[in-house]
Design a protein around this ligand. Structure first.
Ligand code: TXA
Ligand code: MG
Length: 341
């Protein structure tokens, strides 16, 4: 089983090329030094993550970020100043310090300065930026407590994890791709993943510095957000948007539709319940989106650990509005095996 380690031990592990479980203000990450392919490969192996999914590089001082960038343009500078340390990942053209393993062969790199003190300390003491995806097996629910990481990797005794307490944010960083144009005052932005910082906040901080911003749909590479299934709990999650509540006819429709589903989508295994379905566990989240975000993943994990439950059912309340609910819903929709509209 993975084990809790001290900061000194974590720094030694990083320096000798091993991944470490690292708390951040969003979710726990699985961090490794960016300058050793063997260390980076271990991240993919531990997570069972396909190599086509690029990693975010975590830094703890602005110079580290600048060295990873091909050009450090004004939009990048303004957003870094305004939102770092914090839950915003900037995707920009990379320098040759960023290996193809990190960027999955793309010309860009995602960079973020995490807000958690222990993450900052680990990066500074290791003396090197750390690539870190969320510390969960590929396609599964992200971890927001050390216990989540330890139980996710029970088969990896060599994995050390720092305990940073429960994550305050609870959902992953917002990811924005910054595209330069011929005009140095004009930028095209793409929102690759919704998160704790809104596109309006990003846009207004750039416009207030006199930049001209347009939002464009990302083309080509897919953010994880665009992988159809992600964040999946151990038993299937069903979202019900109908007025019709938990009932016999609803259960039999859910059972019929789950039986018809493929076993895999986008390389992620779809979890199948025990059939016939007799135990449906209803799951609830706070109506306060900040609390809902913070509790989202631990609630999905806790509920699916109920030995009796075969599926989770979330009766989606009407009128959930605002960017934070959009970010939460983006995740729940990918975590769901089935959405009843
Ligand atoms: O809050 C977070 O961002 C957490 C913590 C640990 O920092 N990290 C995280 O990493 O969520 P991960 O790997 O689970 O999700 C990052 C996603 C990748 O799946 C990838 O699709 C996208 O970021 N990404 C990374 N680099 C990219 C790039 N160069 N272009 C487009 N997308 C990129
Ligand atoms: Mg992830």
């Amino acid at each position: 089983m993975a084990k809790q380690v001290s900061m000194n031990h974590a720094v030694e592990l990083i320096q000798s090329g091993f991944p470490v479980g690292m708390p951040t203000e969003t979710v726990y990450g699985l961090a490794a030094r960016i300058d050793q392919d063997q260390a980076l490969k271990k991240i993919f192996n531990y997570k069972k993550r396909p190599l086509f999914d690029p990693l975010i590089v975590h830094i703890a001082e602005i110079e580290q970020a600048q060295k990873l960038a091909k050009n450090w343009d004004s939009a990048t500078q303004i957003l870094a100043n305004k939102f770092w340390p914090g839950p915003l990942t900037l995707v920009i053209e990379k320098s040759n310090l960023v290996s193809d393993l990190i960027s999955s062969g793309l010309t860009t790199v995602g960079i973020r300065w995490p807000g958690h003190k222990l993450a900052q300390q680990l990066i500074l003491e290791a003396g090197i930026p750390l690539a870190a995806p969320s510390a969960n097996r590929f396609g599964k629910t992200s971890p927001t407590k050390i216990e989540h990481v330890l139980t996710e990797f029970t088969d990896l005794p060599e994995l050390g994890v720092l305990d940073g307490g429960p994550c305050q944010g609870g959902i992953e960083s917002t990811i924005v791709k910054i595209n330069e144009t011929a005009d140095p005052q004009k930028f095209q932005l793409s929102l690759l993943r919704k998160g704790l910082i809104s596109s309006d906040q990003i846009e207004s901080s750039l416009k207030s510095e006199g930049l001209d911003i347009t939002w464009v749909q990302a083309s080509g590479i897919q953010a994880p957000g665009q992988i159809k299934h992600h964040y999946m709990p151990a038993i299937p999650l069903i979202i019900n948007r109908r007025r019709q509540k938990n009932s016999y006819s609803l259960s039999s429709e859910i059972e019929k539709r789950l039986l018809e589903m493929p076993t895999h989508i986008d390389e992620v295994e779809l979890i199948r319940p025990r059939f016939p379905i007799t135990r449906i566990k209803e799951i609830n989240f706070s109506l306060d989106p900040e609390l809902a975000a913070r509790e989202l993943y631990s609630e999905l994990r806790r509920s699916s650990e109920d030995n009796q439950a075969q599926i989770l059912l979330w009766q989606q309340p009407e009128n959930l509005s605002g960017f934070l609910w959009d970010s939460i819903l983006e995740r729940l929709e990918k975590a769901a095996s089935l959405i009843l509209e």
